[in-house]
Design a binder for this molecule. Sequence first.
Ligand code: C2O
Ligand code: CU
Ligand code: CU
Length: 498
Amino acid sequence: MTHTTEPAPRAGRGKGLHRRKFLGGMLGAGLAATAAGGTAIAFLTDAGKQKAGAATTTLTIPDLLEGTTSDGTTTFTLEARTGTAEVISGVTSSTMGYNQSFLGPTMKWTRGDTVLLNITNSLGADTTVHFHGAHVPAKMDGGPQVAFADGKTWSPTFTVKDDAKTLWYHPHALGTTAEQAVHGLAGMIIVEDDSTTSAALPSDYGVDDIPIILQCLAADSSGDIKYNLTGYLSSGLSYPVLCNGTNVDDTTLSFTATKTRTRFRLLNASPSDIITVQRSDGGPMTQIATDQGYLAEAAEVTSIRLVAGARAEMVMDLSADVTLQAVVTTGWVRGGSGTYDFLTVTASGSDTPDSLPSTLNTIDRYDTSDFTARTITLGQSGTTMLINGSAGTSMSSMAMISTTLGSKEIWTIKNNTQLEHSFHLHDVPYQLISINGEDPTGVELGWYDTYEVVGGGSIEIAMEFTDFSDDTYMYMLHCHLLQHEDEGMMASLMVTES
Ligand code: C2O
Ligand code: CU
Ligand code: CU
């Protein structure tokens, strides 16, 4: 992928500042963690000039959520609850998670299976759970219309129609998505299928198929995690970067690869920042999938740029150790840019992987000449965010797009603001037809559900509304910068029978 904007250089000033700031706390915490969990302490070369990345901690792999299968239905149980975690090393934050204190377990769904989720809300506030990127009926999609109260259990059920891909789940109630997601309500979903490509790729979860959930958050020195404009304008903030829930500001996580070829599923679960994943040695990664599944063919890339909400999958054949970096590019009204060595992968496999399939997927590019055209305008009035002129802060105030089952459409997503946005559509995947007037190339020819729209820029996307219609329940389309979504940059999509 080519981008005109270079990732921001390492923000030495910011990182140095908060490393110094938390030094006292880190020493004590490091000692405690060494006894408890094998964390080595960063050593200081001289006062205030300690070596970055000297601490190492093993990468946490989120648990796989066990489902129970009977009569052809696999049932999963989730509870959204509150807890505490250290998003800043040595400082306790109030957090939220699914079945745990922060983040949630990974679910595996299999194409063709029926799944049932029993999701209990123990947050003390309304919530929903949205299956980001899944092609499911609107009523099961977890949008704001199906928000449910504390103490209640919501039980969506559907047949998995998606091909193999990486999805995620997170809250989606009106006005509280950012608050709940930044406190830790997010988890990965792996969809498996029986394609020959899936059979040829590493798929042993936690062994050679590794989930990587990256988040760049904002918190004050007491550990209070910020999620809105008021919070972001308060002073004394730091911008912790987390990988699978562990702070990597001054720590490089480690993972020992026992297989030569290892697959990484990358998710940017940040509320707003762009995260670019690259190798510290500038070497190649083999990208195999975008948001919505396999590319037509594997692509050798040196960086993978993920806007908030986006995913990608890549494999590396490891003959030597590799360190992966997350380059954070700030996406909203705050600082927090920088380059973080978040994971060192130690090569210890001795097997010889087969060559990757020369073709991973068949992607028929849409001929959009007879597609229905629409324009979706992203706008702003002060701190109120708009789509097509309406602030989607309530179901009645948001713009509604009406279409019918079977429609094929081409949308121009026009960014009339100077801010960066991340355009997400529920229900069906889309193809990129143009990006700021240019034809897509390389991995841009894959399937997406979340894509960057730069300030003043535009993208054209094409999609086909297959399978599901409803005249009560709607899908959503919105900016995936969660504060923008909560501030109104969201519209609804009603897909009716005719
Ligand atoms: Cu990831 Cu409408 O959301
Ligand atoms: Cu979504
Ligand atoms: Cu936005």
